[in-house]
Design a protein. Structure first.
Lengths: 279, 563
């Protein structure tokens, strides 16, 4: 802590800020800071995973049905793209540590390209959903789904017919015995509602399918924003790597950028099975 | 100051030798402030911004209280009244109380207490200030965009259907959350990595324990608020349906999400306040803190408990009975670490030689008011009584006793205590104490009657009320005016000290923590010489020096414990 010790600590360490005693202290500080930041990211996504868990537990039929409308193949390709980018990112951290500048630049460039690839594939998926009206809330287009879903659509129509029959019966009851009839009608109405909400065979289109897509778009959208942030970060690292900023004693930024990119990858590793691969 | 170490280096106390080289005048020009990385300047700017927010929130509060003088319309329409109490709550919560002690005082004090030159991540610290100011501007803009009438909790489905600038104000909350996260992250890293050699975890001043526990909550809870308000914005702008019952969503889920953050946020408010009181009670009683470890652990215990009690805000929202009973039991258990602190403060004062400096007067007010606020919390944790008291003035009084009587009073205690260090000037103790008494009396007049009218059934947030409540509302409003006068006196005393106060010594109160070894005000790099690192609550090494008009270290020949 003495002033002299601090001053000697600075020599030949232009990248160490004046308020740190040693380069190691600075490195550990920045790394701890980034880990804590990653914790906040996980908690932020945690809220969404929590919403997912609650709705899936309450309405499993929505999730069982809706996930079939996602494109598993594109999701799987994207998973591979991101995993590969994590590999190149981890390798680039090693390249930075060993001072292999050309390799570092190349690996960062590949990682960045993977980011573009992921977003491109995601854009294709989003575009498909948009065209078929597979969207959130009131924008969800059930009519389009009937065309899209083929067999599912017909059964929906059958269902509506069944509901009409029930109502009709209820009205008949009401005509003959007024007081009792009202009660029966309420009961039947309730039954009809229950039937609509829960009583579907797996082939039927459940109600409130848009809830799944609301969650899907918020989760993948927020993840996409993080991918973009990670790509900006990698772009900045790439620029600095080309300039030759990093060396065997100064690779903290690459290390931290790598950690962030792994988190982005990790979130997707959870999103892919939870949204695409439900059984 | 340990002047015994004269041979090693010039000492912090002799800042005059550096031709006025303190942190305030070492550089000039507005850019040197706006883009500074110095934690002290950032803390001072935070203090200015936060006090301005407090003033705004206070004006809104006085307008609300004035409106309630008569049972019907007094000065504004019912819609304006709704906007006014929403603004009061949102500004006071998100712009004043949450950042108040950590971002303003904490920023200034924490590195000094650690004997460090700065926080670990100064650029992040500056970013946190800039983000705070952007968030504050967004919050104020929402007034111009038509205001918000949802109450500061933004409950759905009302918040997704009402007119007004809900999106702007919730995005302001989102932005302010980042500011809070960055401050907390910075403090955790700083406490972990910047402690001087010789200061183990259990030799840290309790203020640092409190700020550390606060920072943990800030980092863990705020991201959940961020996603909650993002979902609310998505609900309002896109209609995603997660909180909308018409689309199969669940509005109570919003309450769960919101309180998962906002209940821990209550402890973001109170924990640093408790840290200040732990320092002040020991210093002004001239006695080592009683139960150091118990106080330190209780801060962490409160931080942990804070995440387990959010359901007590939903006792009447249709939560399952099992959940309600569990949340009730957990809520009771929070009172244990809180009581541990209060009893330790009282034991510290027992047989101490208590000096009624202004900081101590506020600290005593805190213990009294927090005691009432804490004990009335037990009424609300009890399920049977909560059904009656929920959403009445009883709860308004309860949280004002803890937040305002607790945090705001401790904030004032802290400002008065560290003022000589912040600006290098002494204030009038007499007028400082008069201000403190006015605040105390005004506060109790305002809020104690609210317990009574709440217990009699007066609901919160109502614009009209039956005439039998008129007398209580009038006493409360009169009290709020007295409270305002007290706060203006308190502010006036401090402003006067800047103009005409005598120069502050290095250590006016005889404290043993490290910030009192820096000059008053400190130099740009905080410390100029070796530090005497002692037990932070051992005052036996200090004596009053007439010449300095402050405390100095007795044992002048003692080698500094850390150099």
């Amino acid at each position: 802590m003495s002033k002299a010790a601090r001053e000697t600590g600075y020599e030949g360490r232009s990248h160490v800020a004046h308020y740190f005693d040693t380069a190691l202290q600075q490195y550990e500080t920045h790394k701890l800071g980034l880990w804590i930041f990653l914790v906040t990211e996980i908690l932020m996504f945690g809220g969404l995973f929590c919403a997912y868990a609650i709705y899936r537990a309450r309405h499993p039929e929505i999730f069982m049905y809706a996930h079939t409308l996602l494109d598993k193949n594109l999701g799987a390709i994207n998973t591979i793209v991101l995993l590969f980018s994590s590999f190149t990112m981890a390798w680039s951290v090693r390249a930075a540590m060993l001072g292999q500048r050309k390799l570092l630049v190349g690996l960062l460039a590949v990682t960045l390209l993977c980011g573009f690839g992921f977003l491109g594939i995601k854009a294709i998926e989003y575009n498909h959903k948009w065209q078929h009206g597979l969207l959130w809330g009131e924008r969800f287009d059930y009519a389009a789904l009937q065309d899209h879903g083929g067999g599912h659509g017909e059964e929906l129509i059958v269902d509506e017919h069944a509901e009409e029959v029930i109502h009709h019966e209820a009205e008949e009851h009401g005509d003959s015995h007024t007081a009792e009839g009202a009660e029966v009608m309420a009961e039947l109405d309730h039954d009809a509602e229950v039937a609509l909400a829960h009583g579907h065979a797996p082939e039927d289109i459940p109600r409130n399918l848009h809830i799944f897509f609301g969650i899907y778009f918020v989760m993948t959208g927020l993840h996409g924003v993080h991918v973009i942030a990670g790509m900006i970060l990698i772009g900045w690292l790439l620029r600095r790597a080309i300039r030759g900023d990093f060396g065997t004693r100064n690779y903290t930024a690459v290390d931290l950028g790598g950690l962030y990119w792994h988190l982005v990858d990790l979130v997707w590793i959870f999103l892919f099975p939870l949204l695409y691969l439900i059984h | 100051m340990n002047t015994g170490a004269t041979t090693t280096a010039p000492l912090a106390g002799h800042a005059d030798d550096h031709h006025g080289g303190n942190y305030i005048n070492c550089e000039s020009g507005w850019k040197s402030w706006i883009f500074t990385l110095d934690h002290k300047r950032i803390g001072i700017m935070y203090l200015g911004a936060i006090l301005f927010s407090f003033f705004l929130g206070g004006v809104f509060a006085l307008l609300v209280r004035t409106e309630l003088i008569t049972p019907d319309r007094t000065i504004m329409s019912a819609d304006d009244y709704n906007r006014m109490f929403t603004l009061h709550g949102a500004v006071m919560t998100f712009l004043f109380i949450i950042p108040g002690i950590p971002a303003a005082l904490g920023n200034f004090i924490l590195p000094l207490m650690l004997g460090a030159k700065d926080v670990a991540l100064p650029r992040l610290n500056l970013a946190s200030l800039h983000i705070y100011i952007i968030g504050a501007i967004m919050a104020v803009l929402s007034i111009l965009l038509g205001g918000v009438d949802t109450g500061w909790t933004f409950y759905t489905p009302y918040s997704t259907t009402t007119n007004g600038a809900v999106i702007m104000v919730t995005m302001a909350v989102f932005v302010l959350g980042f500011s809070s996260i960055f401050t907390g992250l910075n403090f955790i890293v700083t406490v972990h990595k910047m402690r001087p050699a010789g200061m183990g975890w259990f030799r840290m001043p309790l203020m640092l324990w409190a700020l550390y526990a606060t920072a943990i909550i800030q980092v863990l809870a705020t991201p959940v608020l961020a996603i909650t308000v993002l979902l609310l914005v998505a609900e309002r702008s896109l209609g995603i349906g997660i909180f909308d019952p018409a689309l199969g969503g669940d509005p109570v889920l919003f309450q769960h999400f919101f309180w998962f953050y906002s209940h821990p946020a209550v402890y973001i408010m109170i924990l640093p306040a408790m840290g200040i009181i732990s320092e002040l009670v020991a210093i002004y009683s001239r006695k080592a803190i009683f139960g150091y470890r118990a106080i330190a652990y209780s801060s962490i215990a409160i931080a942990i408990f804070s995440f387990l009690v959010w359901g007590h805000h939903m006792f009447v929202s249709g939560q399952s009975e099992l959940a309600t009973v569990i949340f009730s039991a957990l809520t009771f258990s929070v009172s244990i670490p809180s009581a541990v602190k209060v009893f330790n403060w009282l034991s510290t004062m027992y047989k101490g030689s208590i000096k009624l400096e202004t900081g101590m007067v506020y600290a005593l007010a805190f213990i009294f008011l927090f005691g009432i606020g804490g004990l009335t919390g037990l009424f609300l944790a009890t399920l049977a009584t909560d059904v009656h008291l929920h959403d009445t003035y009883f709860i308004v009084a309860h949280f004002h006793y803890t937040m305002m009587g607790g945090t705001m009073i401790a904030f004032l205690a802290g400002i008065y205590h560290w003022w000589p260090k912040l600006f290098g000037r002494m204030y009038s103790q007499k007028w400082g104490n008069i201000g403190a008494v006015l605040v105390f009396v005004g506060f109790n007049a305002t809020f104690f009657v609210q317990f009574i009218m709440g217990a009699k059934g007066m609901p919160r947030r109502y614009f009209n009320y039956p005439p039998e409540f008129e007398i209580y509302h009038q006493i409360s409003t009169a009290g709020s005016y007295l409270l305002a006068v007290g706060l203006f006196v308190a502010a006036g005393v401090l402003i006067h000290s800047l103009i005409a106060g005598r120069k502050a010594p290095i250590n006016p109160w005889g404290a043993a923590t490290l910030e009192w070894q820096a000059a008053s005000p400190p130099i740009h790099h905080n410390f100029d010489g070796p530090l005497v690192l002692t037990d932070p609550y051992d005052y036996s090494g200090l004596r009053w020096d007439e010449g300095e008009q402050g405390f100095v270290w007795k044992d002048r020949d003692k080698e500094p414990a850390s150099s």
